[in-house]
Design a protein. Sequence first.
Length: 338
Amino acid sequence: MNCYRIFKPKSKGTFIQRTEELNTLLTDYLKAEEAEHRHLQYAKIFLSDAQNQYQQLVESDLYQNHLSAKAVTVVEQPPLDGSKISVLTKTTDGPDDFVFQSLRLSEDEVKGQSSYLQTMLLFNKYLNSIKNSGMTMGENLVRTWIYVADIDVNYSGVVRARNDIFARYGLTADTHFVASTGIGGYSATRHATVAMDFLSYPAVKEDDKKYLKALDHLNPTHEYGVAFERGTRVGINDGQRFFISGTASIDKHGDVLYLGDVGRQTARLLENINALLNDGGASIGDVDYFIVYLRDLSDFPTVSAYMIERFPKTPFIIVEAKVCRPQWLIEMECTATI
Protein backbone atom coordinates (compact mmCIF):
# COMPACT_ATOMS: atom_id res chain seq x y z
CA MET A 1 0.00 0.00 0.00
CA ASN A 2 1.27 3.46 -0.93
CA CYS A 3 0.33 6.54 1.08
CA TYR A 4 0.87 10.14 -0.04
CA ARG A 5 0.92 13.21 2.22
CA ILE A 6 1.75 16.86 1.73
CA PHE A 7 3.32 18.71 4.65
CA LYS A 8 3.16 22.49 4.95
CA PRO A 9 4.43 24.47 7.96
CA LYS A 10 1.97 26.74 9.70
CA SER A 11 4.77 28.87 11.10
CA LYS A 12 5.33 32.30 9.53
CA GLY A 13 8.87 32.54 10.89
CA THR A 14 12.22 32.11 9.18
CA PHE A 15 12.94 29.37 6.70
CA ILE A 16 14.89 27.44 9.34
CA GLN A 17 12.00 27.70 11.81
CA ARG A 18 9.70 26.28 9.17
CA THR A 19 12.03 23.35 8.47
CA GLU A 20 12.12 22.66 12.21
CA GLU A 21 8.33 22.50 12.29
CA LEU A 22 8.34 20.13 9.30
CA ASN A 23 10.98 17.97 10.98
CA THR A 24 8.70 17.54 13.99
CA LEU A 25 5.66 16.80 11.82
CA LEU A 26 7.56 14.29 9.70
CA THR A 27 9.11 12.59 12.72
CA ASP A 28 5.69 11.94 14.24
CA TYR A 29 4.18 10.90 10.92
CA LEU A 30 6.92 8.44 10.04
CA LYS A 31 6.74 6.83 13.48
CA ALA A 32 3.04 6.23 12.89
CA GLU A 33 3.75 4.89 9.41
CA GLU A 34 6.41 2.52 10.74
CA ALA A 35 3.81 1.10 13.12
CA GLU A 36 1.82 0.22 9.97
CA HIS A 37 4.96 -1.30 8.41
CA ARG A 38 5.35 1.51 5.90
CA HIS A 39 8.59 3.38 5.22
CA LEU A 40 9.42 6.64 3.50
CA GLN A 41 10.26 5.95 -0.13
CA TYR A 42 10.16 9.30 -1.94
CA ALA A 43 9.87 13.02 -1.27
CA LYS A 44 9.47 16.11 -3.42
CA ILE A 45 10.46 19.42 -1.86
CA PHE A 46 9.02 22.70 -3.16
CA LEU A 47 10.96 25.86 -2.30
CA SER A 48 10.02 29.49 -2.74
CA ASP A 49 13.62 30.71 -3.21
CA ALA A 50 16.21 28.06 -4.01
CA GLN A 51 19.13 30.50 -4.15
CA ASN A 52 18.69 31.42 -0.49
CA GLN A 53 17.10 28.24 0.85
CA TYR A 54 18.81 25.23 -0.73
CA GLN A 55 21.93 25.15 1.45
CA GLN A 56 19.89 25.78 4.60
CA LEU A 57 17.62 22.91 3.56
CA VAL A 58 20.35 20.31 3.08
CA GLU A 59 21.93 21.28 6.41
CA SER A 60 18.61 21.15 8.29
CA ASP A 61 17.47 18.40 10.67
CA LEU A 62 14.50 17.86 8.37
CA TYR A 63 16.76 16.87 5.50
CA GLN A 64 19.47 15.11 7.48
CA ASN A 65 17.10 13.11 9.69
CA HIS A 66 14.56 12.01 7.10
CA LEU A 67 15.36 12.84 3.48
CA SER A 68 19.06 12.69 2.69
CA ALA A 69 19.14 8.90 2.16
CA LYS A 70 15.87 8.71 0.23
CA ALA A 71 14.78 9.38 -3.35
CA VAL A 72 14.37 13.14 -3.17
CA THR A 73 14.00 16.04 -5.56
CA VAL A 74 14.16 19.74 -4.79
CA VAL A 75 12.75 22.41 -7.07
CA GLU A 76 11.98 26.10 -6.80
CA GLN A 77 8.24 26.30 -7.44
CA PRO A 78 6.87 28.58 -4.73
CA PRO A 79 3.96 27.08 -2.73
CA LEU A 80 1.14 29.56 -3.14
CA ASP A 81 -0.15 29.18 0.42
CA GLY A 82 2.88 31.20 1.55
CA SER A 83 4.58 28.28 3.31
CA LYS A 84 8.08 28.86 1.77
CA ILE A 85 8.68 25.09 1.81
CA SER A 86 6.29 22.17 1.35
CA VAL A 87 7.04 18.46 1.12
CA LEU A 88 5.19 15.73 -0.75
CA THR A 89 5.96 12.29 0.71
CA LYS A 90 5.28 8.75 -0.40
CA THR A 91 5.37 5.92 2.13
CA THR A 92 4.90 2.28 1.24
CA ASP A 93 4.84 -1.22 2.67
CA GLY A 94 6.14 -2.52 -0.66
CA PRO A 95 9.62 -2.88 -2.11
CA ASP A 96 11.74 -0.03 -3.43
CA ASP A 97 11.16 -1.21 -7.00
CA PHE A 98 12.04 1.98 -8.87
CA VAL A 99 15.09 4.11 -9.56
CA PHE A 100 14.53 7.84 -9.11
CA GLN A 101 17.25 10.24 -10.25
CA SER A 102 17.19 13.97 -9.68
CA LEU A 103 19.82 15.25 -12.10
CA ARG A 104 21.19 18.78 -11.95
CA LEU A 105 23.97 20.64 -13.76
CA SER A 106 26.78 22.56 -12.08
CA GLU A 107 27.74 26.14 -12.84
CA ASP A 108 30.72 24.87 -14.83
CA GLU A 109 28.49 22.58 -16.90
CA VAL A 110 25.94 25.25 -17.79
CA LYS A 111 28.41 28.00 -18.64
CA GLY A 112 27.65 29.23 -22.15
CA GLN A 113 25.23 26.35 -22.83
CA SER A 114 21.77 26.90 -24.36
CA SER A 115 18.65 25.18 -23.07
CA TYR A 116 19.01 22.73 -25.97
CA LEU A 117 22.54 21.73 -24.92
CA GLN A 118 21.68 21.64 -21.21
CA THR A 119 18.81 19.26 -21.95
CA MET A 120 21.11 17.05 -24.01
CA LEU A 121 23.65 17.02 -21.17
CA LEU A 122 21.00 15.89 -18.69
CA PHE A 123 19.70 13.11 -20.93
CA ASN A 124 23.27 11.96 -21.49
CA LYS A 125 23.86 11.91 -17.72
CA TYR A 126 20.83 9.65 -17.40
CA LEU A 127 21.92 7.38 -20.25
CA ASN A 128 25.42 7.05 -18.79
CA SER A 129 23.96 6.20 -15.38
CA ILE A 130 22.00 3.21 -16.76
CA LYS A 131 24.67 2.03 -19.21
CA ASN A 132 25.63 -1.09 -17.23
CA SER A 133 22.33 -1.63 -15.42
CA GLY A 134 20.50 -3.72 -17.99
CA MET A 135 17.96 -0.95 -18.39
CA THR A 136 17.20 1.00 -21.55
CA MET A 137 15.53 4.37 -21.94
CA GLY A 138 12.88 2.93 -24.24
CA GLU A 139 11.80 0.10 -21.97
CA ASN A 140 12.52 1.18 -18.41
CA LEU A 141 12.18 4.97 -18.30
CA VAL A 142 8.56 5.60 -17.31
CA ARG A 143 8.43 9.30 -16.48
CA THR A 144 10.40 12.53 -16.54
CA TRP A 145 9.99 15.99 -15.06
CA ILE A 146 11.71 18.84 -16.88
CA TYR A 147 12.03 22.13 -14.99
CA VAL A 148 12.70 25.08 -17.26
CA ALA A 149 13.86 28.50 -16.09
CA ASP A 150 12.16 31.36 -17.96
CA ILE A 151 10.09 28.78 -19.81
CA ASP A 152 8.55 31.26 -22.24
CA VAL A 153 12.04 31.74 -23.72
CA ASN A 154 13.81 28.43 -23.11
CA TYR A 155 11.15 25.76 -23.72
CA SER A 156 11.68 25.52 -27.48
CA GLY A 157 15.28 24.40 -26.97
CA VAL A 158 14.16 21.73 -24.51
CA VAL A 159 11.59 20.42 -26.99
CA ARG A 160 14.13 20.17 -29.80
CA ALA A 161 16.64 18.37 -27.59
CA ARG A 162 14.10 15.84 -26.34
CA ASN A 163 12.87 15.20 -29.88
CA ASP A 164 16.43 14.62 -31.04
CA ILE A 165 17.49 12.32 -28.20
CA PHE A 166 14.31 10.24 -28.46
CA ALA A 167 14.67 9.88 -32.23
CA ARG A 168 18.27 8.77 -31.77
CA TYR A 169 17.20 5.97 -29.41
CA GLY A 170 14.12 4.83 -31.31
CA LEU A 171 11.35 6.53 -29.32
CA THR A 172 8.93 7.79 -31.95
CA ALA A 173 5.23 8.43 -32.47
CA ASP A 174 5.01 4.93 -33.95
CA THR A 175 6.65 3.30 -30.92
CA HIS A 176 6.11 5.43 -27.82
CA PHE A 177 7.48 8.35 -25.83
CA VAL A 178 7.60 8.86 -22.04
CA ALA A 179 5.09 10.45 -19.66
CA SER A 180 6.42 13.87 -18.70
CA THR A 181 5.83 17.28 -17.23
CA GLY A 182 7.67 20.22 -18.80
CA ILE A 183 7.09 23.16 -16.52
CA GLY A 184 8.60 26.34 -15.16
CA GLY A 185 11.01 25.72 -12.30
CA TYR A 186 14.48 26.52 -11.00
CA SER A 187 17.31 24.58 -9.43
CA ALA A 188 19.94 25.83 -6.99
CA THR A 189 22.38 26.32 -9.89
CA ARG A 190 21.97 30.00 -10.61
CA HIS A 191 22.63 29.96 -14.35
CA ALA A 192 20.99 26.63 -15.16
CA THR A 193 18.04 26.87 -17.51
CA VAL A 194 17.08 23.17 -17.27
CA ALA A 195 16.91 20.55 -14.50
CA MET A 196 15.42 17.05 -14.80
CA ASP A 197 14.09 14.12 -12.78
CA PHE A 198 13.93 10.57 -14.18
CA LEU A 199 11.79 7.68 -12.91
CA SER A 200 12.75 4.18 -14.09
CA TYR A 201 11.50 0.70 -13.23
CA PRO A 202 14.24 -1.92 -13.68
CA ALA A 203 11.84 -4.89 -13.80
CA VAL A 204 9.28 -3.37 -16.18
CA LYS A 205 8.86 -4.82 -19.65
CA GLU A 206 7.16 -3.16 -22.57
CA ASP A 207 4.17 -5.51 -22.23
CA ASP A 208 3.62 -4.17 -18.70
CA LYS A 209 2.84 -0.69 -20.03
CA LYS A 210 -0.15 0.94 -21.68
CA TYR A 211 0.13 4.40 -23.18
CA LEU A 212 -3.02 6.30 -22.34
CA LYS A 213 -5.02 8.15 -24.94
CA ALA A 214 -8.28 10.06 -24.92
CA LEU A 215 -8.58 11.11 -28.54
CA ASP A 216 -12.06 12.56 -28.08
CA HIS A 217 -10.52 14.97 -25.54
CA LEU A 218 -6.83 15.49 -26.43
CA ASN A 219 -4.83 15.09 -29.60
CA PRO A 220 -1.54 13.14 -29.78
CA THR A 221 1.36 15.34 -28.70
CA HIS A 222 3.43 14.67 -31.82
CA GLU A 223 0.85 16.60 -33.86
CA TYR A 224 2.27 19.83 -32.47
CA GLY A 225 5.89 18.78 -32.43
CA VAL A 226 6.51 17.56 -28.88
CA ALA A 227 7.54 14.10 -27.73
CA PHE A 228 5.79 12.85 -24.59
CA GLU A 229 2.95 10.53 -23.67
CA ARG A 230 -0.23 11.98 -22.17
CA GLY A 231 -0.03 9.25 -19.56
CA THR A 232 1.30 5.75 -18.92
CA ARG A 233 -0.18 2.84 -16.99
CA VAL A 234 2.39 0.44 -15.56
CA GLY A 235 1.66 -3.00 -14.13
CA ILE A 236 3.79 -3.45 -11.01
CA ASN A 237 3.51 -5.96 -8.14
CA ASP A 238 -0.05 -7.09 -8.91
CA GLY A 239 -1.31 -3.52 -9.24
CA GLN A 240 -1.56 -0.75 -11.80
CA ARG A 241 0.08 2.63 -11.41
CA PHE A 242 -0.90 5.57 -13.58
CA PHE A 243 1.48 8.40 -14.35
CA ILE A 244 -0.43 11.33 -15.82
CA SER A 245 1.68 13.95 -17.53
CA GLY A 246 1.19 17.65 -17.09
CA THR A 247 -2.32 18.22 -18.46
CA ALA A 248 -4.03 21.46 -19.40
CA SER A 249 -7.25 22.82 -20.92
CA ILE A 250 -6.96 21.50 -24.47
CA ASP A 251 -9.31 19.90 -26.98
CA LYS A 252 -8.95 17.04 -29.45
CA HIS A 253 -7.53 19.41 -32.07
CA GLY A 254 -4.77 20.67 -29.76
CA ASP A 255 -6.40 24.07 -29.25
CA VAL A 256 -6.44 25.87 -25.89
CA LEU A 257 -9.94 26.14 -24.42
CA TYR A 258 -11.41 28.92 -22.25
CA LEU A 259 -8.79 31.61 -22.73
CA GLY A 260 -8.49 33.84 -19.68
CA ASP A 261 -10.87 31.79 -17.48
CA VAL A 262 -8.93 29.79 -14.88
CA GLY A 263 -12.07 28.20 -13.41
CA ARG A 264 -13.24 26.72 -16.71
CA GLN A 265 -9.69 25.70 -17.63
CA THR A 266 -9.44 23.83 -14.31
CA ALA A 267 -12.67 21.93 -14.96
CA ARG A 268 -11.63 21.03 -18.50
CA LEU A 269 -8.16 19.77 -17.62
CA LEU A 270 -9.65 17.55 -14.90
CA GLU A 271 -12.10 16.20 -17.48
CA ASN A 272 -9.08 15.42 -19.67
CA ILE A 273 -7.28 13.67 -16.81
CA ASN A 274 -10.36 11.57 -16.08
CA ALA A 275 -10.61 10.57 -19.74
CA LEU A 276 -6.96 9.46 -19.75
CA LEU A 277 -7.46 7.43 -16.57
CA ASN A 278 -10.61 5.87 -18.05
CA ASP A 279 -8.53 4.60 -20.97
CA GLY A 280 -6.54 2.52 -18.50
CA GLY A 281 -9.49 1.31 -16.43
CA ALA A 282 -9.28 3.92 -13.65
CA SER A 283 -11.04 7.18 -12.81
CA ILE A 284 -10.26 10.45 -11.13
CA GLY A 285 -11.42 8.94 -7.85
CA ASP A 286 -8.31 6.72 -7.92
CA VAL A 287 -5.88 9.66 -7.92
CA ASP A 288 -3.21 9.57 -5.19
CA TYR A 289 -2.38 13.29 -5.26
CA PHE A 290 -2.38 16.33 -7.55
CA ILE A 291 0.34 18.89 -8.22
CA VAL A 292 -1.27 22.06 -9.51
CA TYR A 293 0.78 24.60 -11.46
CA LEU A 294 -0.48 28.17 -11.75
CA ARG A 295 0.93 30.80 -14.06
CA ASP A 296 -0.61 33.71 -12.14
CA LEU A 297 -0.48 33.58 -8.34
CA SER A 298 -3.60 35.73 -8.10
CA ASP A 299 -5.61 32.72 -9.35
CA PHE A 300 -4.74 30.76 -6.19
CA PRO A 301 -7.95 31.50 -4.18
CA THR A 302 -10.21 30.39 -7.06
CA VAL A 303 -8.33 27.16 -7.75
CA SER A 304 -7.75 26.30 -4.09
CA ALA A 305 -11.46 26.63 -3.29
CA TYR A 306 -12.34 24.46 -6.30
CA MET A 307 -9.91 21.70 -5.31
CA ILE A 308 -10.98 21.69 -1.66
CA GLU A 309 -14.64 21.37 -2.65
CA ARG A 310 -14.15 18.70 -5.32
CA PHE A 311 -11.32 16.66 -3.78
CA PRO A 312 -11.65 17.02 0.01
CA LYS A 313 -9.75 13.76 0.70
CA THR A 314 -7.10 13.89 -2.03
CA PRO A 315 -3.77 15.58 -1.21
CA PHE A 316 -2.88 18.45 -3.50
CA ILE A 317 -0.43 21.31 -3.61
CA ILE A 318 -0.68 24.49 -5.67
CA VAL A 319 2.58 26.10 -6.75
CA GLU A 320 3.60 29.01 -8.93
CA ALA A 321 5.07 27.66 -12.17
CA LYS A 322 4.55 28.94 -15.68
CA VAL A 323 3.10 26.44 -18.13
CA CYS A 324 4.74 25.93 -21.53
CA ARG A 325 2.00 27.76 -23.44
CA PRO A 326 1.26 31.27 -22.17
CA GLN A 327 -2.48 30.81 -22.84
CA TRP A 328 -2.66 27.98 -20.29
CA LEU A 329 -3.35 29.52 -16.90
CA ILE A 330 -3.15 26.18 -15.11
CA GLU A 331 -1.74 22.68 -15.50
CA MET A 332 -1.96 19.59 -13.30
CA GLU A 333 -0.23 16.25 -12.99
CA CYS A 334 -1.08 13.28 -10.83
CA THR A 335 -0.55 9.61 -10.15
CA ALA A 336 -3.30 7.06 -9.56
CA THR A 337 -3.34 3.48 -8.31
CA ILE A 338 -5.71 0.56 -8.71
